[in-house]
Design a protein around this ligand. Structure first.
Ligand SMILES: [Fe+2]
Length: 348
């Protein structure tokens, strides 16, 4: 565990990557008593770099994230709080300690030109997964490949064979820091994703033993799950107890739009491994989403990518040993990147 001053230096290094400096205003958004230590560290770090900075601490704690389970998305205490939203819209940068992702409020703030950095993970992961320029380059190369492609086919020896029609929606390169107005990112990260056209996603996804429920559950899949996807929707969830968990969660949310395919992409952070989540107790699963060479399949909203689906249901499943083809060209084979720019430098 880092001591306080080390954490403050870590935040300062992060804000330096975000090119925070004189003439900028950095607003840190928190709620209740949660992550007040983070809020103090960021305000102090921003000031250290010459920026103006203050903390908006919302009183409403009804949707506070107080543990590793993010079971619904898009619901946050900014809703109806226009005064706070307006203050955030006037910022150059917002440090979001609340988790605004997949919400209309986040879009309103970004549309006003503020860049947003979400920070909810435990300090040990912030350090272990600290972003690098090399990761940014791999994410940007990946995003460019996704932007140019019109189809993505994903296969695996476990039985996955699904095709996404691409080109309708945006691409997000999430590399862990943010120096562009109006952009969103999260620290830590290191992965990319896009979404398929609603009617253009068909096939099956076999979630194998050892693949990861990063959200809304937290754990390694023990019994294979076979999803049948037709026209962008999961129409059948077959398998054992892990399939039961997925079915039960989606039935509890009770929103048919929760069965839609959401983001799809791959992980690029070499500083975490497939096994990392087994040794983190309270993470929100970023180490699982980001491990190098995973393919993350997700169900739920596509709002972040330009779609209309804003369901609160959300399932993230990073998978091992998958192959990805963009317009037929191999990007990843059995979990190994084929594109030189995505490969790690060789060490002796
Ligand atoms: Fe997700």
């Amino acid at each position: 565990m880092l001591n306080w001053s080390d954490f403050q230096v870590l935040c300062e290094n992060e804000l330096r990557l975000c090119r925070v400096g004189e003439g900028q205003t950095v607003v840190v958004l928190s709620q209740g008593n949660h992550r007040l230590d983070y809020a103090d560290a960021f305000v102090s770090a921003a000031r250290q770099l010459g920026a103006e900075s203050y903390n908006i601490r919302l009183g409403d704690t009804s949707s506070v994230l107080n543990g590793p389970a993010v079971s619904q998305v898009g619901i946050n205490p900014l809703r109806g709080n226009q005064g706070a939203i307006d203050a955030l819209k006037h910022a150059d940068m917002v440090v979001d300690l609340v988790f605004l992702l997949w919400s209309k409020e986040q879009h309103e703030i970004q549309d006003a030109g503020a860049r947003i950095l979400t920070v909810i993970e435990e300090i040990a992961l912030l350090k272990q997964m600290f972003p690098t320029q090399a990761q940014r380059e791999r994410c940007e190369v990946s995003a460019e490949l996704l932007r140019k492609a019109r189809s993505m086919r994903i296969t695996s020896r476990a039985g996955t064979d699904i095709t996404y029609e691409l080109g309708k929606y945006g691409v997000v390169d999430e590399y862990g820091f943010n120096d562009k107005p109006g952009r969103w990112d999260a620290w830590p990260a290191g992965f990319v994703f896009t979404a398929g056209a609603e009617n253009g996603i068909n096939g099956r996804v076999v979630i194998d033993r050892g693949d990861i429920f990063a959200m809304p559950f937290r754990g390694y899949v023990q019994t294979p799950v076979e999803l049948t996807v037709e026209h962008g929707r999961v129409v059948d969830i077959g398998g054992g107890v892990d399939a039961d968990l997925m079915r039960d969660y989606l039935e509890k949310i009770g929103d048919p739009r929760g069965y839609a395919c959401s983001h799809i992409g791959w992980g690029l952070n070499e500083n975490v491994r497939w096994s990392s989540m087994a040794s983190t107790l309270r993470s929100y699963g970023q180490e699982a989403r980001a491990f190098y060479g995973n393919v993350m399949f997700a169900m739920g909203p596509n709002l972040e990518l330009g779609g209309m689906n804003d369901t609160a249901a959300h399932i993230d499943i990073p998978m091992r040993n998958c192959s990805v083809f963009l317009d037929g060209a191999p990007i990843l084979i059995d979990g190994v990147f084929q594109v030189p720019e995505l490969q790690l430098p060789k060490t002796d």
